[in-house]
Design a binder for this molecule. Structure first.
Ligand SMILES: [Zn+2]
Length: 64
């Protein structure tokens, strides 16, 4: 399990076993607090944010 805080504000923390699961768990928070990220993700799924999210998750995974 990887424990990860919101990469944009650090206000919430979730545990998940995969990147996809972590994304799903973070989504309700993003809809509530980071509408700008949701908007840009819809038009560009391979956005800089997605790269940042993936890098943060993989970094935590390596520390396991
Ligand atoms: Zn946040």
């Amino acid at each position: 399990m990887v424990k990860m805080v919101c990469i944009d504000c650090g206000a919430i923390e979730h545990e998940a076993e995969s990147l996809r699961e972590m994304l799903v768990m973070m989504m309700p928070h993003y809809f509530e607090a980071h509408q700008d990220v949701i908007a840009s993700h819809k038009t560009n799924p391979s956005s800089a944010w997605m790269k940042r999210f993936t890098a943060a998750f993989n970094h935590l995974l390596e520390q396991e």
